[in-house]
Design a protein around this ligand. Structure first.
Ligand code: AMP
Length: 272
């Protein structure tokens, strides 16, 4: 497995590849969720490239950039075992210059929900994904539905900028008890983890109720009763294009939650 430490190394390596390239962008601290994306990419492409880059521009001041888990050697081993051809792990100073051309997330859908609670977050995400796409030039790129709004905005960027890349949507991997896997779960104490579970429970309950009623207020009320978090940032009901909806539309609804448990911010969602 090749380790590519700079954009120029990655660009040179990419030129040697003859065949389809599956690309999995990550921030590392790899878990089974990431692995499911890598495995899918492995099945569907001649070559698989994973990037591991804790992208500074998508963190807001005061967020967990400095303490974000970094486990490069363990991540390499996971990638090796999964049959990854190359890992791209650049230093921030090789990815960014001082006074850059910037990409802005769309004014509405980039600034609601995650974008409202983390203003500028999606500008940073789109900026780095744009760079990564140009460096790796993948045939297909794999993203998790766990970050549903991110996935939506990346698909929009691909359309708006005419990238010739297929975006592959991957299901959210969960622990046996339902907790969505996340690199940030390691921040949770045992007690907090138990309460974090109320997020996936509330979503599961909402999905069940949705088969009986379209009434969002009724569903939301039950979700709030189940939730045992310290700060509920939002419960939102949107269609697949991230327009707010007034009632459940089966087959075209996403229910999303963002909440803090202790000081850890968690997001999860369910597609109805
Ligand atoms: P991250 O390293 O958190 O930036 O995530 C990298 C990619 O893995 C993103 O496309 C995420 O949506 C995806 N991902 C994160 N957690 C999960 C999960 N539990 N199941 C599936 N995909 C995930």
């Amino acid at each position: 497995m090749k380790i590519l430490n700079s954009p120029s190394e990655a660009i040179t390596y990419r030129k040697t590849l003859n065949g389809s390239v599956g690309f999995v962008p990550t921030m590392g601290a790899l878990h089974e969720g990431h692995l499911s994306l890598i495995e899918k990419a492995r099945e569907e492409n001649d070559f698989v490239i994973v990037s591991i880059f804790v992208n500074p521009t998508q963190f807001l001041p005061g967020e967990d950039l400095d303490k974000y888990p970094r486990r490069l050697e363990a991540d390499f081993e996971i990638c090796r075992r999964a049959g990854v051809d190359a890992v791209f792990t650049p230093a921030p100073e090789n990815m960014y210059t001082n006074d850059e051309v910037l990409i802005k997330a769309p004014k509405v859908k980039g600034y609601i929900l995650e974008g409202f609670n983390r203003p500028g977050h999606f500008d940073g995400v789109l900026q780095v994904v744009n760079k990564l796409f140009n460096i790796i030039r993948p045939t297909r790129a794999y993203f998790g539905k766990k970050d549903a709004q991110q996935l939506y905005l990346i698909k929009q960027m691909v359309d708006n900028f005419f990238f010739n890349i297929e975006i592959v949507e991957c299901e959210t991997k969960r622990e046996k008890d339902g907790l969505a896997l996340s690199s940030r779960n390691i921040y949770l104490s045992e007690e907090e983890r138990k309460r974090a579970l109320s997020i996936s429970k509330a979503l599961k309950r909402a999905a069940k109720l949705s088969s009986k009623t379209n009434n969002i207020e009724k569903i939301k009320k039950e979700m709030i009763e189940i939730l045992d978090v310290d700060e509920l940032q939002y419960i939102a009901f949107v269609d697949r294009d991230f327009n707010y909806i007034n009632e459940i539309k089966p087959g075209n609804t996403i229910i999303l939650i963002a909440a803090k448990v202790g000081s850890t911010r968690l997001i999860d969602n369910i597609f109805i």
